[in-house]
Design a protein around this ligand. Structure first.
Ligand SMILES: *Cc1c(COP(=O)(O)O)cnc(C)c1O
Length: 400
């Protein structure tokens, strides 16, 4: 038994491709063509060259000495924050745009919440000279105006979405609507391990460079190619999927995921889908979904825009249900504090999303020899204002 996807596109009971009839042929073609293309030598060569020369990979695996001392383990940080555009998202958008070109597509669409995936998509569209339309909730367009300006500067058209709650879920609906109108010439670059099969598997494979590098780097550093623990935050699940991909069926390695508790799971103001969700279908996949008893989607709430999603990737829903992964719900205040802690102990300002993974360290007990690899999914430049506005939650680190 494997925790990776099966031939029908399922992870246990989760996954599949629940798409409208008008998209059926397009999704089917993608299902048939994605693996032969991304496993071809030509694709791998172009992809790996761009990851090295454009993104700056391999990203360092850094032994965080002061944090290790604090938590009583050997803590290594996988530095996705050092990538071009500031997060892991570019690993995926580079892969998908190469695939789109090889499939003869002429136009790119994407959804974005905070704008991180939108910027990563607009970036590769500039690089590859492809027209790019990004759907973003109108509320997010207002809240994330720096990223909106970056996308425009890169040549993308940003379309504000004014349906529903004017946020990510609505932007995704609108992107799917666009795709339905232009199924043959348009490639939809999805930003996480969500959506209909093959997207969760495709995005996981494109992010799996993270664990491929971890294996080599651990072998060099500690003479053993696996850690005792792997830790990552989960929004839709792509940085976590990349972090665990090559270890997913290796039971020696414990998997720890951190989802966004928002104000707390019990308050209802939360984005902790694994804790609060029930089986449902969202954006083309059967997965855990935050919903009312009638099946209406409940808006997610988190201080971190990148984790603010009412669904979760089917891979992660299965890992949690099968108890292969331990999932912690980390509240806003815990994430803020953890971000300040990493900043002061290691001189690394993490993205708010990544800070959720760091905060999970406090919920765990380690043996001193335990090797822990934690992925810092992005850098915190975009979150500095939020950090400063919440200085009062940073305890002793907030006195400045
Ligand atoms: C988008 C984002 C996330 C959440 O997305 P995943 O698909 O769960 O990885 C996490 N961290 C950063 C920095 C992001 O930009």
């Amino acid at each position: 038994m494997s925790y990776l996807v099966d031939k029908q596109g399922f992870y246990g009971e989760f996954g599949g491709a629940y798409v409208p009839e008008i998209l059926y042929a397009t999704v089917k073609r993608l299902q048939e063509e994605y693996l032969p293309i991304i496993e071809s030598e030509e694709f791998k060569r172009e992809y790996m060259t761009l990851l090295r020369d454009y993104v700056g990979r391999p990203s360092p695996l850094y032994l965080a000495k002061r944090m290790s001392e604090k938590y009583g383990c050997q803590l290594y940080l996988k530095r996705e924050d050092l990538n071009h555009t500031g997060a892991h998202k570019i690993n995926n958008t580079i892969g998908q745009i190469l695939l789109a070109k090889k499939m003869g597509k002429k136009r790119i669409i994407a959804e974005t919440g905070a704008g991180q995936h939108g910027v990563a998509t607009a970036t590769v569209c500039a690089l590859m000279d492809m027209p790019c339309v990004v759907y973003q909730g109108a509320l997010d367009v207002e809240r994330q105006h720096v990223n909106v300006e970056r996308m425009k500067m890169l040549g993308a058209e940003v379309r504000p979405v004014k349906t529903g709650n004017w946020t990510l879920k609505d932007a995704t609906n609108e992107a799917i609507r666009d795709w339905c109108c232009h199924p043959s010439d348009t490639f939809y670059i999805i930003g996480s391990t969500v959506g209909p099969h093959p997207y969760p598997d495709m995005v996981a494979r494109l992010q799996s460079i993270i664990s491929e590098e971890i294996k080599k780097q651990l072998q060099e550093k500690i003479g053993r190619d696996y850690p005792d623990y792997l830790m990552a935050c989960v929004g839709g699940g792509s940085n976590a999927a990349g972090t665990i991909y090559h270890y997913i069926d290796d039971e020696r390695v414990k998997i720890v995921l951190a989802e966004a508790g928002g104000k707390g799971v019990e308050t209802g103001h939360t984005a902790a889908t694994i804790h609060a969700g029930r089986l449902g279908i969202l954006h083309g996949a059967k997965t855990l979904v935050m919903q009312t008893p009638d099946g209406q989607i409940i808006e997610a709430e988190s201080i971190s825009a990148g984790l603010d999603y009412p669904g979760i990737g089917p891979m992660h829903a299965n890992l949690a249900t099968q108890h292969r992964a331990t999932v912690y719900s980390i509240n806003d205040d815990e994430a803020i504090r953890a971000a300040y802690e990493l900043t002061r102990l290691e001189g690394i300002i993490p993205a708010l999303e990544s800070a959720h993974a760091i905060a999970a360290l406090q919920k765990m007990t380690f043996k001193p020899e335990d090797v822990v690899v934690l992925t810092v999914s992005g850098r915190g430049d975009k979150d500095v204002e939020t950090y400063l506005n919440n200085k009062d939650l940073a305890g002793e680190y907030g006195n400045f």
